[in-house]
Design a protein. Sequence first.
Length: 360
Amino acid sequence: MTATHTRTPKRATAPSDRKTTYREAMRAALGEALRADERVFLMGEDVGRYGGCSGVSLGLLEEFGPERIRDAPLSESAFVGAGIGAALAGMRPIVEIMTVNFSLLALDQILNNAATLLHMSGGQLPVPIVIRMTTGAGRQLAAQHSHSLEGWYAHIPGLRVLAPATLTDARYMLAPALADPDPVLIFEHGSLYNVSGDLPADAGPVDIDHAAVRRAGTDVSLITYGGSLPKALAAADDLESGGVSAEVIDLCTLRPLDDTTIGDSVAHTHRAVVIDEGWRTGSLAAEISARLTEQHFYDLDAPVERVCSAEVPIPYARRLEEAALPQVDGIVTAARRAVGDPVPTGADEPARQPVTGRSD
């Protein structure tokens, strides 16, 4: 990419009285979009009377009515396909899928229709649809509601894949997504919905083309997105107490990846740890590691570390679920290994465990 970037994080702003949660920020973004453009409508299972599986659309039916807040039948393929048809007809649909696992039932529509029609029609058939879904684990919802499959979708040309991790991104990513002529998938990590804080007074439209430096550092780059961002920031605090300065990169957009911001960070710190709640094999973390090796081999002073979920279906039991997911201790251990610090015996995330085909 040719755009220039500054490595300095955005200026800190004084707390405002704009107290909100991630869920409320998403709801405000939906309301704003519906008011701004009569072509916009929301469709999905239980988005109307129930207020959405995660409560994001609560109250929107009462304000906008059933024509624009449409409860859909239990068929992801059908209502995603209907959204694609509406987009082709000039509407601006926002389609909600309850969880990323259920999106697999609409994968044919997303891959073979939404992502390909512009190309196959020679540019005549854009599909400006936004598809939102909950992703990630950490809430004891067991394997069929807890996986992180956004890396799969980041593999598909023709899609833009977003992962809002902050209150500002939750509030302001939707507008540029709706303005994009291509299909946009927004992955909302379920652990973030209850996160609360002050929306900065100067918060506004966000850039969906570039990654963000959430914390500046000099010794190691922690590269992550979505629900793993708070863990990376906590790990950076822990590392700082031990004398290691960690830079935290929030990818924000998973496709297309912002090679420039990622590369600039690693060229500065010379070490990288990629934190990805997806499985290690064939993961987004693997893609980032490969790109760093291809583009910044001589900048690296240590192998790229990866902290990913265990290669198992996400367990239901709380302690097993926690053990299967990337955690702060594992990120700290990987970062310390990257900078050459001794790792205490028995520390989390032992060095580069081999991946097996077994899930037991």
